[in-house]
Design a protein around this ligand. Structure first.
Ligand code: HEC
Ligand code: HEC
Length: 429
């Protein structure tokens, strides 16, 4: 039995190695039999958003524009066109918008994304709304800027599948309309960095505020109900959410409710033996570049290692970026692996202080002793972070989740939620 496990582990390493460096298309659970979902059309929700929104921080918004990539209306329009254009992918079938659909607050509604030839990745698609305020991009923060970020899905074998940026440039260059656009915007023919600049410019127009909570903070005491008010209070006290979803315990971050940091909160950890995995990853990732790390994160079991893939520091094992909490009713399912279906499930996860047998669990994750009423209040607060543009679909989704949560609470563990803080095992050698 022991031998068999070892042999399996070796095979697994070998498969991961092949997936990373030799045959990118043989990724984890890759399948060429399906087609990706159709590319969404750029409707009203895809348009650059107004700066006139309650809660929008003007100075911080302007500060996100890098001096070497100033915003112009023509560049933004070009970026928007590229964002929705499947011709940027290897076979014309996948665009950025495939996985970042404006109707779903620029996510795809799936646990993990599906790219070219219907190939699944390992991670949940995060919203691009308000991503301009992120200090780093991706769940593990492996890149800092939109410009750097935009290249990686284009050349990832389970996303847009181009062999390299030159191949993507060739398909864009073949189209006269784009040759004209690039000439007009950049004064030169299409090339990789300019494609990335244009897409980044468009993404820097996707801000989303104007929620009932923003109006409440702006002084309208009736903008949210009592339940949401109690939820906001719990968020900053007993529920301990402000330990991570704020700039500091006493300083909220009303932009995206994040500390811009990384934490192991016990997601996905049970399915994997992360320490041996980390040892294997270190060898592979040390020899790689950003494209290799990108493949490790999206294609392989190494995905679960999170921030460790970037820093190679043991305490970062299975740490992920504190996620933006706006428009959550449009961005289900939740967490980096899309493992939780409803907001009630995410609250149950936190309430029991999950992380059984998890040496790297963040010290701020611990049993919370929240009652059912408390949980409902926290959900009401989170729901109040929905922008007006998404009011109707959000109300429908809240009703759907509430109905599910009435009978199905797979993460609920009241004994643990009201029990003592468990002792975690040491990390081991
Ligand atoms: C096949 C689905 C898919 C496609 C196509 C895709 N993405 Fe993504 N995107 C994802 C997933 C999954 C992640 C999270 C990956 C990770 O963190 O490792 C992500 C992350 C991002 C992020 C980081 C957001 C954050 O909060 O960290 C941005 C920005 C982004 N994508 C923009 C784009 C752009 C621009 C394109 C087109 C050039 C694109 N994506 C194409 C699935 C996709
Ligand atoms: C120790 C830090 C920490 C604390 C405390 C914390 N969070 Fe989080 N939160 C995170 C991180 C990190 C993620 C992303 C984790 C992942 O996907 O692996 C996250 C993700 C989430 C998500 C999922 C978002 C999405 O789009 O997938 C929700 C909802 C959430 N947190 C709400 C809360 C609430 C409400 C509380 C308080 C009860 C709370 N969090 C407490 C760090 C924390």
């Amino acid at each position: 039995m022991q031998k068999r496990t070892k042999a399996l582990a070796w095979l697994c390493t070998k498969a991961i190695f092949l997936a990373l460096f030799v045959m990118p298309s043989c990724g984890h659970a890759a399948s060429d039999t399906n087609s990706p979902p159709p590319i969404p059309k750029p409707g009203p929700l895809a348009q650059p958003r107004s700066l006139q929104q309650v809660g929008l921080p003007l100075d911080q918004t302007r500060a996100t524009i890098p001096p070497d990539n100033p915003q112009t209306p023509e560049k933004i329009a070009l970026g928007q066109k590229l964002f929705f254009d499947g011709r940027l992918s290897a076979d014309g079938t996948v665009a950025c918008a495939t996985c970042h659909d404006p109707a779903r607050a620029f996510t795809d509604g799936r646990p993990v994304s599906i790219g070219i030839h219907g190939r699944p990745g390992q991670r949940n698609s995060p919203t691009v709304l308000n991503a301009l305020y992120n200090k780093t991009q991706f769940w593990d923060g492996r890149v800092k800027t939109f410009e750097e970020q935009a290249e990686l899905p284009i050349i990832n074998p389970v996303e847009m599948g181009q062999t390299n940026m030159d191949a993507a440039v060739a398909s864009i260059q073949a189209i006269k309309e784009y040759r004209d656009d690039f000439e007009k915007v950049f004064g030169r023919p299409p090339n990789g960095p300019d494609i990335q600049r244009a897409i980044a410019s468009y993404e820097r127009t996707l801000f989303s505020f104007n929620s009932p909570f923003d109006r409440f903070i702006a002084g309208d005491a009736n903008a949210i109900d009592d339940s949401a008010k109690r939820g906001w209070k719990l968020f900053n006290t007993q529920a301990r959410c402000n330990k991570c979803h704020a700039l500091s315990d006493n300083q909220p971050n009303l932009i995206n409710f994040t500390d811009n940091d990384f934490h192991n909160i016990g997601i996905g950890i049970i399915r994997h033996h992360v320490v041996p995995l980390a040892r294997q990853a270190e060898k592979l990732v040390n020899s790689g570049n950003s494209a290799a790390i990108d493949r490790a994160a999206i294609l392989t079991d190494f995905s679960v290692l999170g921030r460790f893939l970037v820093t190679k520091k043991q305490p970062d094992i299975a740490s992920f970026k504190t996620q933006n909490l706006r428009n959550l009713l449009l961005t289900a399912p939740y967490f980096h692996d899309g493992s939780q279906e409803t907001l009630w499930d995410t609250m149950d996860h936190y309430n029991k202080g999950d992380g059984v047998q998890n040496p790297f669990l963040d010290q701020d994750i611990q049993p919370l002793a929240l009652s059912e009423d408390d949980i409902n209040d926290l959900v009401a607060f989170l729901a109040s972070l929905t922008s007006d543009d998404y009011k109707e679909p959000a109300a429908k989704e809240l009703a759907r989740q509430r109905a599910i949560a009435k009978t199905n609470r797979p993460q609920r563990d009241t004994a643990r939620a009201f029990g003592p803080k468990p002792v975690q095992p040491p990390p081991g050698p």
